[in-house]
Design a protein around this ligand. Sequence first.
Ligand SMILES: [Fe+2]
Length: 295
Amino acid sequence: MTLSIQPANPSRPAFFGEVSGIDLRQPVPRDAVAAIEAGMDRFAVLVFHDQRIDDEQQLAFTRNFGPLEMATGDIRQTDRRLSIAVNDISNVDRDSKVLARDDRARLFGLGNMLWHSDSSFKPTPAKYSLLSARVLPSSPGGNTEFADMRAAWDALDDETRSLVQDLVCEHSQIYSRGVLGFTDFTEEERLKWAPVLQRLVRRHPVTGRRSLYLSAHAGTIVGWPVPEARALLRDLVEHATQREFVHAHSWRQFDLVMWDNRVMMHRGRRYNIAEVRDLHRTTVADVAPTLEQAA
Ligand SMILES: [Fe+2]
């Protein structure tokens, strides 16, 4: 098998690559890891088809790219179905039964349908996310959409660039869930997910490209009145998610999709909630809070 990384669809935005010639059930040689990292820097989203991996194999592959981030942002902390190293992106309980419509974990998880960057609510946010489709509904729906924040930055006018260049936002899951009217947090969760600061504009450490660091978790801008901050953030998200910057991934069972949260936003789309949908996410932590990284 020879590792190959090609544009997934040449007619669509150029950030989505397709990887072939690799079996993620086996240890990945160092040169292949380097090639995948280079592919991530070039594309920012990579899909690996037909990877029938379990959690241990997914974790082993993920560790090639840096320290694992734990699933401490998940509302399901006790009585978990999966290890704390794996984010449970499913609609099922421990007995693999579909969650009730009003289940708290399900309602919390609906926040994934808003454009976001994973773990931007953590002091050191996520670098890469790796999402493995284990069970998919038979009916259509449930795409994951990706939006390229580098292209969004490139397309900003000079005036907006200088306005946002040095801004710092507060990110929290309390904000993002609040957008959907989910306010059912315990005091412990409110403390654990208190707002953290993130730059609004980032620079990729390898390519040097600038990008907007937007996320549904961003609830205000430091030093700005909240309504004005939210109006600007909403404007920027609208700009950054124009169709020309977006690619919708239609899942096949055993796809593994890996993306760079530093330069991409994503969102999940609606699906038939009566059917089981079970995806497992592992996450690589970034090196430091964005404020400690070069702008
Ligand atoms: Fe996500």
